[in-house]
Design a binder for this molecule. Structure first.
Ligand SMILES: Nc1ncnc2c1ncn2[C@@H]1O[C@H](COP(=O)(O)OP(=O)(O)OP(=O)(O)O)[C@@H](O)[C@H]1O
Length: 595
């Protein structure tokens, strides 16, 4: 079987136009379009709803107080109409506020999510030590909704209502206006500020406790087998229960403090209204007094919930900071400002004096590696664990940046090419392949969409998974990271994907890992046959079959220590010959046993 380079037939760089077009489309007709209009409409509607509420209370107060004086019914007509209009208006404006506010907020959330996903598309080193990272990222994008719906819009509505109420108070009794203004300011600024400071302090205590619990739970779920094997399940459960109890205790204490905030606001409300009533009683008639007192009371209604908004605002600021950290994390490789077009096939890859270091000042994972891959050449890379084999493949795929040295494709430095374009040319099986939580078919189609079942079946047969696929079924879900697959099956499935992808330069990182000798030998034999005439860089720990490849490169501690054909390397002392002897000896008793 041959896997002809379909990708080589694609016009070079064809994959790059699409993302650019998508970006433009996003900005022109994206979720942020019309955001401001909706936001202003929501703010106006929210303020109108609160004013209607205030008007309702004022009109109702006037109506009740005046009705107690038993005037002619006609004198009450206007107030009755005002009560009805305000009651209806409040509902209608509240509905419009929710409609426009949530529309705006969901648009903002979609824009935040889109920006975050776009920022994550260039590969980045994964943030470490955060079992709850994904959950947090999902929760954090909700901050955009809450910033508008729970903080900004309520604050605008409270401000408008407060100004209107102070205006009404000034009209009825000028001396009451500054008292009401001071009370509203104290209730609208004090509890929210205290809540925000407390929320920030508590977040610093709660976040590590939440992360600790998430990590313990993740250990219990993902490490269930290993915990059972080490008889450590009970210890892990106890540790998770302790983390849970610690978090629950912290949350209980925080809840008690939180409950004090509304009480503080209501105390300010009570004192303000009492002072105003005391001021007004000697000078105002009972009807005006009732209107003033109830208007003052009602003016606090949109102001008191701002304590919650202050607390939420502190959480939102922290969430937006975390999102910004993720967004601003530098990608693993730098994209060229002015990318050059991809060269035309056939491709010659030249690696020159490549040095890769994962941590500045740390040991070099690759230390001056030079290698040439002309079209159609198959090179095997062998070496002890940690020698830098996977790092070389990662550098070729533009997943890590070189500290010095260079990789050229037909004479063009890969740093001048878009990294996704480089990965169209050079890709394959990575050292830690991922199987998606999807069906078998979908996992394969990822490599080459719109491929018929016949071709998918041929790819599976090439990796000796045909029988397993027939038993499992094309639509069987494979679980998270291939939970339903053995290690060897998972790797072969990823290999089938790499073969379907069929890049011009095929990079294969240990395709036979986790397989028994007979199956590994057969699979490697098939692979070498199927890739005859193709450009291949094959990382392997097993040497049987390597007579077929054009060159074998031995990598030790990041440096090339031997290179040549299988025969050449068997003649010279060194890692290759030692490994060959060890492999031969390991197999010898088995052959004797079988014979
Ligand atoms: N993401 C990383 N961050 C830091 N160090 C890394 C990272 N990946 C690899 N290394 C280090 O770089 C060196 C080379 O690792 P690499 O995975 O390339 O070796 P390898 O030859 O492929 O090993 P193996 O055969 O076990 O897969 C090792 O010392 C390893 O610890």
């Amino acid at each position: 079987m041959t896997y002809r380079a379909e990708s080589a037939r694609r016009p070079a760089g064809s994959g790059r136009g699409a993302p650019n077009r998508t970006k433009k489309a996003d900005h022109a007709g994206g979720p942020l379009r019309g955001l401001w209009g909706r936001l202003i409409m929501a703010a106006l509607a929210g303020a109108a709803a609160e004013l209607a509420g205030l008007g309702l209370i004022a009109a109702a107060a006037w109506l009740i107080a005046r009705a107690a004086q038993q005037p002619p019914v006609a004198a009450l007509g206007l107030a009755v109409v005002a009560v009805r209009a305000c009651a209806l208006g409040k509902g209608v404006f509240r509905y419009l506020e929710r409609l426009a506010g949530h529309d705006a907020a969901l648009r903002a959330q979609a824009a935040v999510r889109g920006g975050l996903l776009r920022a994550l598309i260039p590969p980045r080193p994964p943030p470490s030590g955060n079992a709850d990272l994904l959950t947090r990222m999902a929760d954090d994008t909700d901050a955009a909704v809450d910033l508008l719906v729970r903080c900004l819009l309520p604050a605008v509505a409270a401000l408008v209502t407060a100004v209107a109420a102070v205006g009404v108070a000034a009209g009825l009794l000028p001396a009451a206006a500054p008292v009401l203004a001071a009370g509203l300011l104290a209730a609208g600024a004090g509890p929210p500020a205290v809540s925000a400071v407390a929320a920030r302090r508590w977040a610093a205590r709660l976040a590590p406790a939440r992360a600790a619990l998430a990590e313990r739970v993740a250990d219990l779920v993902h490490g269930a087998m290993d915990l059972a094997a080490c008889d450590a399940t009970e210890r892990a459960q106890k540790a998770a229960a302790a983390a849970d109890a610690h978090l629950a205790a912290l949350e209980r204490r925080r809840a008690r403090l939180r409950a004090a905030m509304p009480a503080m606001g209501m105390a300010v409300q009570g004192v303000t209204v009492a002072v105003i009533v005391a001021q007004a009683r000697p000078v105002l008639d009972p009807v005006a007094l009732a209107v003033l007192a109830l208007t003052a009371l009602a003016a606090f209604a949109p102001v008191l919930p701002l304590a919650d908004a202050g607390e939420r605002l502190a959480e939102i600021i922290a969430a937006l900071r975390r999102l910004e950290e993720v967004r601003a994390a530098p990608p693993a490789v730098t994209e060229p400002a002015d990318p050059r077009p991809l060269p035309a096939p056939p491709y010659t890859i030249e690696v020159t004096d490549l040095v890769v270091r994962y941590a500045p000042g740390g040991a070099a994972a690759l230390d001056g590696v030079s290698l040439t891959l002309p079209p159609g050449r198959r090179v095997a890379l062998v070496g002890p664990s940690g020698a830098g084999k996977s790092t070389l493949l990662a550098a070729l795929m533009r997943l890590v940046e070189a500290e010095s040295g260079a990789i050229h494709v037909n004479g063009v430095d890969v740093r001048d090419l878009p990294s996704d374009g480089v990965r169209e040319l050079m890709t394959g099986l990575t050292d830690d392949p991922y199987v998606f939580r999807a069906s078998l078919r979908d996992n394969l189609l990822l490599a080459r969409p719109r491929t018929g079942d016949g071709e998918l079946a041929r790819a599976l047969a090439a990796v000796r998974l045909a029988d397993w696929a027939a038993a499992t079924g094309w639509d069987a879900p494979l679980g998270e990271d291939g939970a339903t697959l053995s290690g060897g099956q998972l790797r072969r499935l990823a290999l089938a994907r790499a073969l379907l992808r069929d890049p011009p330069v095929l990079l294969l990182d240990e395709p036979t890992e986790a397989l028994e000798d007979p199956l590994a030998d057969a699979l490697l034999g098939d692979l070498l046959k199927a890739t005859a005439g193709r450009t291949v860089l094959l990382v392997t720990h097993r040497l049987r079959g390597l007579e077929e490849v054009d060159e074998i490169v031995v990598l030790e501690r990041g440096r090339i220590t031997q290179r040549g054909s299988h025969r050449d390397l068997l003649r010279e002392p060194g890692y290759y010959r030692d490994l060959w002897r060890a492999e031969t000896m390991r197999r010898a008793p088995r052959r004797a046993g079988t014979a």
